[in-house]
Design a protein around this ligand. Structure first.
Ligand SMILES: Cc1cc2nc3c(=O)[nH]c(=O)nc-3n(C[C@H](O)[C@H](O)[C@H](O)COP(=O)(O)OP(=O)(O)OC[C@H]3O[C@@H](n4cnc5c(N)ncnc54)[C@H](O)[C@@H]3O)c2cc1C
Ligand code: FES
Length: 348
């Protein structure tokens, strides 16, 4: 973009904050947990819900990679903000972290984000995870046992017991909550991969109202098929993929009011009246103004920035995180939305 365009880039700013690794825990041969100190002045910005993730810049290769990792810690239970990384075969960032991460290192980190969270902690939960997918499930489990009142069933799948992340912790939790928690563990080395039919049999007769599924793509589709649709039950999925771009870099925009469209944004009980330039996304405009808007990937993938357009028109380059029905209902991804017709109104 150049200075003659309808709005000009003022400067590039780095988003997020530098966090220090206070502890490293080797969970299995190929999995490591990194526990970050969050300084008091960042406590609000880094407050989180069980099941959310952070995005960190991994200094591997020539330019580094931005990668998201679910929090395995739970708010109000664990002091340190903790992520758990399993080496992906041939993976560029995970391999680097598992081999090189050490106490005292600092990483650029974007604040917690994500919608793989429990909205009603009185409901019965069914948590189904394979491999590193156990990370957000472990956080949700700890939080549910401490603050919720429903029953929780956890189904995990790993290659062998030696690969089972949080095996000891899950047994301890089961012993501490015999009336509320049931843990079912399966191992692909001895039991084979769990199919939809096997998962249906395993979960038959279990009372649940909210299911949370996380693991490799094929495992998640098998679990999705196994849990038959029912209007009284909700199924939540968390897909682990690698980011393509650099969500840390923000090109701040200065608005030229001749082309910008008036927009009203409702967020966290506040109303922001903004001028929205046609070539800028709503997340970038709000971040440039210092508004704490929910976001993470800024590439239409994670769904953190989902909001509702109640007036005006927008276009979106990518809608991966939305279902067809969401779009019909007026939901948008604020990190992808550029204005087409105003005035606009967006509710977060
Ligand atoms: C919301 C969210 C939460 C997540 N939480 C966790 C978590 O808690 N723990 C965790 O371990 N991971 C988690 N992930 C996944 C994580 O972000 C990374 O995707 C993962 O660590 C792999 O990154 P990588 O750089 O090591 O692998 P990449 O280098 O990105 O490669 C990923 C895979 O693709 C293959 N590959 C790479 N390049 C190519 C190519 N050109 N052609 C074919 N194959 C290729 C690699 O061999 C590897 O198996 C999460 C992801 C998301 C989006
Ligand atoms: S920030 Fe990830 S979808 Fe918008």
């Amino acid at each position: 973009m150049n200075a003659t365009a309808s709005s000009t880039i003022r400067r590039t700013r780095q988003l997020g904050a530098e966090l220090r690794v206070a502890k490293v825990v080797r969970e299995t041969d190929d999995t490591v947990s990194l526990c970050f100190d969050v300084p008091r002045e960042l406590a609000d910005e880094f407050a989180y819900k069980a099941g959310q993730f952070i995005t960190i810049r991994v200094p591997a290769g020539d330019t580094g990679y931005a990668r998201s990792y679910s929090l395995s810690s739970a708010p109000g239970i664990d002091d340190l903000l903790t992520i758990t990384i399993k080496r992906a075969a041939g993976g560029r960032a995970s391999g680097w972290l598992v081999e090189n991460a050490q106490i005292g290192m600092t990483f650029r980190v974007l604040p917690p984000s994500g919608v793989f969270t429990v909205s009603d902690d009185a409901r019965d939960l069914l948590l189904i995870a394979a491999g590193s997918g156990v990370t957000p499930v472990f956080s949700i489990l700890k939080s549910a046992l401490q603050s919720g009142s429903g029953r929780v069933t956890v189904v995990t799948s790993h290659r062998t017991p030696a690969d089972a992340i949080f095996l000891t912790e899950l047994s301890e939790l089961q012993a501490a909550h015999p009336g509320r928690l049931t843990v079912i563990s399966r191992y692909t080395a001895t039991d084979g991969r769990l199919t939809a039919e096997q998962l249906a049999l395993l979960t038959e007769g279990i009372n649940w109202q909210d299911a949370f599924i996380c693991g490799p793509e094929k495992f998640m589709s098998a679990a999705r098929i196994a849990l038959r649709a029912d209007p009284s039950r909700r199924v939540h999925l968390e897909e682990f993929t690698s980011l393509e771009g650099d969500p840390f870099e923000l090109e701040e925009v200065v608005t030229d009011s001749a082309t910008a469209m008036p927009a009203q944004v409702h967020l966290d009980g506040q109303t922001h009246d903004i001028d929205w330039p046609p070539e800028s996304t709503l997340v970038d405009v709000l971040l440039s103004r210092g508004v704490r808007v929910p976001y993470s990937c800024r590439e239409g993938d994670c769904g953190s920035c989902i909001s509702k357009l109640t007036q005006g028109r927008v276009e979106m380059a990518c809608t991966d995180a939305l279902e067809e029905e969401d779009i019909e209902d007026g939901y948008i991804l604020a990190c992808q939305a550029r204005p087409l017709g105003g005035p606009l109104r967006v509710d977060f």
